[in-house]
Design a protein around this ligand. Structure first.
Ligand SMILES: O=C[C@H](O)COP(=O)(O)O
Length: 247
């Protein structure tokens, strides 16, 4: 059975005071029955979120275990501070830090070996969509990871489809556009492992808000959401979690 996941990616926002107040507020609404609620705060605030009941993850990880890698954070370090998830291959990392499909695949492997759940982000740019290449791009990103995982590892993956043109722009993919890509991703998983396709949760990300969440969650292959901007307002994030619970 696929888990329903609602995750908040704070990106590079917040402060220790923000994190404390946020966790206090959200904790009073947890647990949300049948929903996995996850926060991805910036690294310095993981320790604060760890004091609450909210599941959390790192926004990235290294493929290396330790050593002279200034600025990097290892999977074991994430585990050590209580993280259960890690966000990998976000388009902001792919574009601004030049992360390749191959590197993202290696990071997924490292995360799984450390018993972290990787949330693999995939998605096409507007230029790629307009050129009719959206499915090829997403297929390449997904298959690069599937090709290095065993069937057992694949079943522990979460995938987030985030069309780059919908991130932080207010331009949400229509529920039909999102469903079409989610169904395609699920079919790509089924090509490798039919059982895996039934258990891997596929989240949608890109300008998700409480007022568009229900229509997205109503689609068969949309299991949850990866929320950026709207997750910075705790009431709004809770409303999205409730929407997932209701649909
Ligand atoms: O990780 C989250 C996504 O980039 C979505 O961000 P957004 O909700 O601000 O569009």
């Amino acid at each position: 059975m696929r888990r329903k996941v609602v995750a908040g990616n704070w990106k590079m926002n917040g402060s220790s005071e923000f994190a404390r107040a946020y966790c206090l507020e959200i904790s009073s609404h947890l647990p949300v029955d049948d929903i996995d609620v996850v926060l991805f705060p910036p690294f310095p605030y993981l320790g604060i979120v760890a004091l609450s009941d909210v599941a959390m993850g790192g926004q990235d990880c290294s493929v290396n275990a330790s050593g002279a890698f200034t600025g990097d954070v290892s999977t074991e370090m994430l585990r050590d501070v209580g993280a259960r998830y890690v966000l990998l291959g976000h388009s902001e990392r792919r574009v601004m830090h030049g992360e390749s499909d191959e590197l993202v695949a290696q990071k997924c492997l490292s995360a799984l070996k450390a018993d972290l759940i990787p949330v693999l982000c995939v998605g096409e740019s507007m230029q790629e969509r307009e050129a009719g290449a959206a499915f090829d791009v997403v297929s390449g990103q997904v298959n690069a990871v599937l090709s290095v995982l065993s069937k057992a590892q694949l079943k522990r993956l979460v995938i987030a489809y985030e069309p780059v043109w919908a991130i932080g722009t207010g331009l949400t993919a229509t529920p039909d556009q999102a469903q079409e890509m989610h169904q395609f991703i699920r079919a790509s998983i089924a090509n490798v492992d039919a059982e895996g396709a039934e258990v891997v949760s596929i989240l949608y990300g890109g300008s998700v808000k409480s007022d568009n969440a229900c229509e997205l969650f109503a689609k068969n292959d949309i299991d949850g959401a990866l929320v950026g901007g709207a997750s910075l307002k705790v009431e709004e994030f809770i409303a999205i979690c409730r929407a997932r619970q209701q649909v």
